[in-house]
Design a protein around this ligand. Structure first.
Ligand code: MLT
Length: 313
């Protein structure tokens, strides 16, 4: 049995050093075998996960020696942090490490949607040369509506603003005079106003009991028929069947989803929709972000196991 368990695919130079220096068991698929994982947790002092290991009460109870749960990523929705804290276990995550990459993918998806890049590529590959068919829209002068304007939302808004977009945001935790908004000449609006006004609606909300299935058919029906929806946050924030129905009824023009209600997703009508771009939760997956993520979790694990406090808690 090892001191440190890594239950998902978390690679990088810092991880190699951690494996060289300390007693680490690295098994990228261990998250899939709960019984084995619970057995191995009996002696573990540190657990390093991404987003697929569900670190709930049952798992925490199986780990009497555990000192730290390190989440390689920003969302803590798969970790019962309250219960871990009750048990005196440190929970660390990587709040800043991948925000920029998520923001950049959001902009990439927006450009791909508005310029119809995936459809144009597909058509060209199959022998087409249909220039007029793939006439798109510019970002300049359009309204970018953010549902949630925390770290990732703000970085995305800054980039959207650089394209000449007008920024509006709906966020219960944001003040109307927040510097992040003022600097971008942005406006705080209600969710209803945002859905009615935005040309691109981009979701940057964390998954919490309040935000689960927060966006339903009724919400998508309020969007402008030529507007698009992008989600690079958490799939469970969206009622996917409601989005599908709204797309089928042309209540909105298209969608780009990096995250899904179930991951990996089942077969879905979304797969057949030309105006929908689907990617496999890759927003945080850049060389740079993953290096920062792995550096950060490895450092915090080393700190806690040497009796010092973790940095990113
Ligand atoms: C995150 O929460 O950091 C990203 O969604 C990527 C991940 O879950 O691993």
């Amino acid at each position: 049995m090892s001191d440190i368990l890594v239950t998902e695919n978390i690679q990088g130079a810092s991880m190699i050093r951690l494996i060289d220096d300390l007693d680490v068991e690295f098994d990228a698929y261990l998250w899939q075998n709960r019984d084995l994982l619970k057995q191995k947790l009996q002696d573990a002092k540190a657990l390093i996960v991404r987003n697929q290991t569900q670190v709930n009460q049952e798992l925490i109870d199986a780990a009497p020696q555990l000192q730290i749960i390190a989440r390689a990523g920003v969302g803590l929705d798969n970790v019962d942090t309250d219960y871990a804290h009750e048990k005196g276990i440190t929970v660390c995550f990587t709040p800043d490490a991948n925000s920029l990459s998520v923001a950049e993918l959001t902009i990439g998806l927006m450009l791909a949607l508005l310029r119809k890049i995936p459809e144009a590529r597909q058509d060209t590959l199959t022998g087409g040369w249909n220039r007029l068919k793939f006439t798109g829209s510019e970002l300049n002068g359009k309204t970018f509506g953010l549902i949630g304007m925390g770290r990732i939302g703000s970085l995305t808004a800054t980039r959207a603003r650089a394209f000449g977009m007008n920024i509006i945001a709906a966020d219960p935790y944001l003040a109307s005079d927040a510097p992040a908004l003022k600097e971008l000449n942005g406006r705080l609006v209600s969710l209803d106003e945002l859905l009615a006004e935005a040309d691109v609606v981009s979701c940057h909300s964390p998954l919490t009991p309040t935000t689960r299935k927060m966006l339903t058919y009724q919400h998508f029906s309020q969007m402008k028929p030529d507007a698009c929806f992008i989600n690079t946050s958490r799939g469970e924030v969206v009622d996917e069947s409601g989005l599908i129905q709204a797309l089928l009824e042309h209540k909105l023009a298209g969608a780009a989803l990096d995250v899904r209600e179930t991951e990996p997703p089942e077969q879905s009508p979304l797969n057949q929709m030309e105006n929908v771009i689907l990617t496999p939760h890759i927003a945080a997956f850049t060389v740079e972000a993953q290096e920062r993520v792995v550096d950060s979790v490895c450092e915090d694990v080393r700190l806690v196991l040497s009796g010092k406090p973790a940095i990113n808690v």
